[in-house]
Design a binder for this molecule. Structure first.
Ligand code: 2X7
Ligand code: FE2
Length: 307
């Protein structure tokens, strides 16, 4: 029986890859966005202790307006250029796809009544959300990936329709993984609050220019992070429509709701790896290890005797 062995909120600002200077990325940076990059370092240290076969990621930058699509080509090798930040992300990628798992996920989603499609175009350009989250989670690219599109119900209908469909997609994802023979890492590739600055510093990594866009956005981010750290993931799904609208959040993609549903609404604390802003947007790197003890069980452990 397969299982989800690790889940993460894994934001994808291309700035983080730029600041890491991997050989695949053409532009060169001096530094930048360390709190988030060190957060990803902590995530990778935890993941190093976990055996897994494949990574499944849902990305807001693969946008499909008729149903949810799944990558269905075994190998991709191309150049990804960020359309808004071509100055800092021109990344040569090469990745393998776990097509068998992708087909299982697609069939399982269809069983839930969702509109689905396998993406079989060999010339398809993989979106930068998928690439950035996967790179920062596993820079060696030695595991196959399944990318799931974000079907834009929030824009086409409203945020409630999107959330409902993502709950169904999360349930379908969990069932398909359990019916497979794979140990899987699931990633929600998205920022929290998502108001951008509209101008950029001459030196993008000039951190004297970096801060949250406004306090209102920050308060919403802290509310969500706090609930996840307390294991109140069901409450997060309940308030997701409100959060999405008020924080102008990238959660409109449905990725975080999908992740929480796929993890079956964890009541254990999410591991907090890091929080930081990128051109004013709020980003949290957080992880769930399904084997983590429940927070209540931890609280019952006897306190160490005072000296
Ligand atoms: O796609 C993004 C994002 N979500 C947040 C910040 C900066 C750039 O790109
Ligand atoms: Fe984004």
């Amino acid at each position: 029986m397969g299982q989800i062995v690790f889940g993460a909120l894994a934001p994808h600002p291309p700035h983080l890859v730029y600041a890491e200077n991997p050989p695949q990325n053409e532009p060169e940076a001096e530094c930048g966005w360390e709190t988030l990059r060190w957060g990803y370092e902590r995530l990778r240290a935890d993941l190093a202790d976990i055996e897994y076969d494949s990574i499944v990621v849902l990305s807001p930058h693969w946008q499909t307006y008729v149903g949810t699509h799944f990558l269905g080509v075994p190998h991709f090798d191309s150049l990804s250029v960020d359309p808004v930040f071509p100055n800092l992300f021109r990344f040569r990628y090469e990745l393998d796809v776990d097509v068998a798992l992708s087909e299982q996920l697609c069939a399982s989603a269809a069983e839930e009544g969702l509109v689905t499609k396998m993406m079989r175009n060999p010339d398809f350009r993989v979106d930068y959300g998928t690439i950035v989250s996967c790179h920062l989670t596993n820079p060696s690219w030695n595991k196959p990936v399944v990318s799931i599109s974000s079907q834009r119900s929030t824009a086409f209908y409203n945020v409630d329709v999107m959330q409902e469909q993502m709950v169904a997609l999360g349930r379908a994802t969990r069932r398909a993984i359990e019916n497979s023979d794979r140990r899987v890492v699931v990633l929600a590739s998205e920022s929290l609050s998502h108001r951008h600055f509209v101008t950029e510093a001459d030196v993008p990594e000039d951190m004297s220019r970096e801060h949250i866009t406004n306090h209102h956005q920050y308060l919403w981010d802290m509310k969500l992070v706090d609930l996840l750290r307390q294991g109140k993931s069901r409450r997060v799904v309940e308030i997701m429509p409100e959060f999405t609208e008020h924080a102008v959040s990238e959660t409109d993609s449905g990725a975080l709701t999908w992740l929480i549903a796929a993890l079956d609404y964890p009541e254990y604390a999410a591991r907090m790896y890091g929080y930081g802003t990128v051109i004013g947007t709020g980003n949290a790197v957080m992880g769930w290890v399904p084997e983590d003890p429940a927070p209540k069980a931890r609280a019952r452990q006897p306190k160490a005797a005072r000296p």
